[in-house]
Design a protein around this ligand. Structure first.
Ligand code: C2E
Ligand code: MG
Ligand code: MG
Ligand code: MG
Length: 274
């Protein structure tokens, strides 16, 4: 109780609060209230055709502006949200926010939303996603759900949920593909449409075959399995060209756009930057 002294009910961070568990617990506490306190918002990073620069879709990326600590990155708070289960309401909120932007995107662009392992394990996940689509009137074919390899391994009910969502037209992407240390065999059995090449494998691309080795293998695998690829973290034109030469023409990265507010996304699209 003593540390919960903030005037708006969030934790005051004492200099002595160094032990990771109490810092974690404090973060979890604050996160539980972040939604009610309007501290969360969603940015949208364009996913583009790297040959033309045209925007094909956008990925929803969650942000947290903590009232006293300032911005906290998702790499820091998503794992906490996952452990405490707060990711369930927060994740559904992100989905609603994302679906509300489909109008902004216009044409037949898609919206891509990250789904955490914990969300995938929720028995109501299929119902929740379909209900959100219904409420917002967005066709299922315009939604991509991004799941990680670790979410798919050893989760038969999660895989069944993805099969069901896919039968309604939702597409499934494996996020950060290649970083999960899981057997490749599992991929042939999974309901997957897209492999997202992790940005660590794009960062190593330097014009040498070894620099492109993992990206090359992922693109090859995707082709054989009839899946598409999306490269993450494209920062240079050289990386984009090399990826195109390997057969991956879709990507996202600072070269094209950082994650944008809905307004900035709209002006980018209407400025016909694509
Ligand atoms: P992710 O899904 O792999 O998202 C891509 C991350 O790469 C984003 O980081 C994005 O801002 C960053 N990025 C994009 N282009 C570039 C680039 O050219 N260079 C560099 N250095 N970075 C780039 P962000 O927004 O910090 O998100 C980190 C991770 O947090 C996400 O990785 C995702 O795993 C998780 N996350 C974010 N929002 C959500 C959410 O709503 N739900 C869940 N479950 N996870 C989320
Ligand atoms: Mg993602
Ligand atoms: Mg990713
Ligand atoms: Mg990533």
């Amino acid at each position: 109780q003593s540390k919960r002294a903030g005037s708006h009910g969030h934790t005051v961070y004492q200099p002595g609060m160094v032990d990771r568990r109490s810092a974690d617990a404090a973060l979890a506490d604050d996160l539980a209230h972040a939604l009610d306190h309007d501290e969360l918002y969603v940015l949208f990073q364009p996913i583009v055709d790297t040959a033309t620069g045209r925007t094909l879709g956008a990925e929803a990326l969650l942000r947290w502006e903590h009232p006293t600590r300032g911005p906290i990155g998702p790499d820091k708070f998503i794992p906490v949200a996952e452990r405490t289960g707060v990711i369930i309401p927060v994740g559904l909120w992100v989905l609603e926010q994302a679906l509300a932007q489909v109008g902004t995107l216009g044409a037949d662009r898609y919206i891509s939303v990250n789904l955490s392992p914990r969300q995938l394990r929720e028995p109501t996940i299929v119902h929740d996603v379909l209900a959100a689509l219904n409420r917002t009137g967005v066709p299922a074919t315009r939604l991509v759900l991004e799941v990680t390899e670790s979410a798919l391994v050893d989760d038969d009910s999660g895989i069944a949920a993805l099969h069901q969502l896919r039968s309604h037209g939702v597409r499934i992407a494996v996020d950060d593909f290649g970083t999960g240390y899981s057997s490749l065999q599992y991929l042939t059995r999974l309901p997957v449409d897209i492999l997202k090449i992790d940005r660590s494998f794009v960062a190593t691309m330097d014009g040498t075959p070894s620099g492109a080795a993992v990206a090359t293998a992922i693109i090859y695998l995707a082709n054989v399995l009839n899946m598409r690829t999306i490269a993450e973290g494209i920062e240079t034109t050289e990386q984009a060209e090399e990826l195109r030469a390997l057969g991956c023409e879709t990507g996202q990265g600072y070269l094209y756009a950082k994650p944008l507010t809905p307004d900035a996304l709209l002006s980018r699209l209407s400025a016909s930057l694509g």
